[in-house]
Design a protein around this ligand. Structure first.
Ligand code: MG
Length: 387
C-alpha cells in the first residue's frame, strides 16, 4: 500500500515573532523542518513526501537542504495557498496517482514520534482516517456572543494535532468539494468529518510531546534555557597502598591494615568523581585545580575539595543528573560500606541517593589492584543545565 506524507510548511509564522518562517529556525542546532522530515524518514513507512512551501521560502529550503540535508523522502515541493486548507489541497494534488494513504502534518511539530505516526496510519488503513489527539487538561469555557460563559465537560473533550492520516482518495475528494464550496476549516479532520460524518481519533506514546512551536517564547524556552544541554564527564585515578595511612573511600574511613598514599587523604574514588565533574565542564582536572605541591592541600579532606568542584558546577549553571563510581580493589571487602559511601557521595553532589551508584570490583588478583599494590577508581557523571 503506497504511503505518502504531505508536510505543510507554508505558514507565515506571524505569531512566532521570528524574522523568518519558523520551520527554518533551529532547535538545538537542527532546523524544525529538518527534525520533522527526520521523524518521517526514520519511521520507515513512507514512499515519499510532498513539502508545501510558500514561493518566498524556496531559497531558504534550498539553503537548508544544502546545509542539513539531503532529505531523500521529499520527492516534490508544492506551492502554498492563501489558507492552510488550500496549502494542503495543493500538496494532495501533487501526490502520485497510486498513493493509497496520506499523513498530513504541520512542519511546526518537530517532536512527532514514530508511534504517533504509526497510530494514525494504522487507523487510516483500517477505517479511512486516523487523527492524533490528547486529552484536555485545562477546563474549557465557551463564551457566548452575550458574554455568557458555559463550562464544557472536560472528559468529553480532545485536543487534536497532526499527523492526520487518511485514505488518499477520500481526503482528496473532500478537499475538491471544499475548494469548490470555499469551506472554511482549521484542519483536515474537520473537513473529513464535514463530508463523511465522522473521523477517527487515536492517541499514542509521544502525543503529549508532539506540541506545535508557535511563539518566539517556545523557541527561547527550547534553546536558551538549555533544555537539551547535558554534559557527560569521565574520571580515573589510582593510588598506592601504604602502611600507616588511613583508607578513605567516598568520604568513608574503612578500618584496614593499609591506607592510600597521597598528598591529600588520597580518596581515590572522590578524585575520580571530581575529575569526571571537571571533565564534563571542560575545566581540565583536579591536578590543575588543587596542585599537589601546594601545602594547603596536605592531608586535605577530599569531600571538602568536592564541595569546591560542586561550586564550579553550580557557577556554570549545571546540576548533577546522575553519577556512577567504580572502585577497583582486591581487598578489603567494601560491600558493608557501600550504603554509607553512596549517602556521602549523594550529599556531596547535592542529589538524592537514587541518582548515585557506587560499586566495587576485584580484578581476580591480576594487575596492581589484584596484587594489592594499589586501588583505582573510575567515575562517570551526567550534568544537566538548570538549577
Ligand atoms: Mg588522586
Amino acid at each position: 500500500m503506497s504511503c505518502w506524507a504531505v508536510i505543510v510548511a507554508a505558514g507565515r509564522g506571524t505569531r512566532s515573532g521570528l524574522s523568518e518562517n519558523k520551520v527554518f529556525f533551529p532547535v538545538d542546532g537542527r532546523a524544525v523542518l529538518s527534525r520533522c522530515l527526520d521523524a518521517f524518514e526514520r519511521c520507515g513507512h513512507f514512499d515519499g513526501a510532498v513539502l508545501v512551501l510558500s514561493e518566498g521560502d524556496r531559497a531558504a529550503w534550498a539553503a537548508l537542504a544544502a546545509r542539513e540535508g539531503p532529505f531523500p523522502l521529499v520527492k516534490a515541493v508544492a506551492p502554498g495557498g492563501a489558507t492552510r486548507r488550500e496549502s494542503v489541497y495543493h500538496g494532495l494534488l501533487t501526490l502520485p496517482k497510486d498513493a493509497a494513504l496520506v499523513a498530513i502534518h504541520d512542519a511546526a511539530r518537530p517532536f512527532v514520534s514514530a508511534s504517533v505516526i504509526d497510530a494514525t496510519l494504522e487507523s487510516a488503513r483500517a477505517h479511512g482516517s486516523g487523527v492524533i489527539c490528547t486529552p484536555v487538561v485545562d477546563t474549557v469555557k465557551q463564551v457566548g456572543p452575550d458574554g455568557r460563559v458555559t463550562s464544557l465537560d472536560r472528559a468529553s473533550l480532545r485536543a487534536v494535532q497532526t499527523p492526520q492520516s487518511f485514505d488518499c482518495k477520500k481526503i482528496l475528494e473532500a478537499h475538491r468539494r471544499a475548494e469548490a464550496e470555499q469551506l472554511a476549516v482549521t484542519d483536515d479532520a474537520m473537513l473529513f468529518e464535514h463530508y463523511y460524518g465522522n473521523v477517527r481519533l487515536v492517541t499514542a506514546a509521544g502525543a503529549e510531546e508532539n506540541r506545535k512551536l508557535t511563539t518566539k517564547a517556545d523557541f527561547d524556552a527550547l534553546n536558551a534555557k538549555g533544555a537539551f544541554d547535558v554534559r557527560v564527564g569521565q574520571g580515573y585515578d589510582a593510588h598506592r597502598l601504604a602502611e600507616g595511612r588511613r583508607l578513605v573511600l567516598c568520604g568513608v574511613e574503612i578500618p584496614w591494615e593499609k591506607g592510600l598514599d597521597g598528598h591529600s587523604d588520597a580518596d581515590v574514588a572522590v578524585h575520580a568523581l571530581m575529575d569526571a565533574l571537571l571533565g564534563a565542564l571542560g575545566l581540565g582536572d583536579i591536578g590543575r585545580l588543587f596542585p599537589d605541591n601546594d601545602p594547603k592541600y596536605e592531608g586535605a579532606d577530599s569531600m571538602k575539595l568536592l564541595d569546591r568542584v560542586m561550586t564550579l558546577v553550580r557557577e556554570q549553571g549545571y546540576r548533577v543528573g546522575n553519577a556512577d563510581v567504580t572502585i577497583v580493589a582486591q581487598r578489603p571487602k567494601l560491600a558493608p560500606y557501600m550504603p554509607d559511601m553512596r549517602r556521602r557521595v549523594a550529599a556531596g553532589l547535592g542529589v538524592g541517593e537514587e541518582r548515585v551508584n557506587v560499586k566495587a570490583t576485584t580484578t581476580e588478583r591480576m594487575g596492581f589492584e589484584g596484587e594489592g599494590v594499589g586501588i583505582s577508581a573510575q567515575a562517570v557523571v551526567l550534568l544537566k543545565k538548570g538549577s
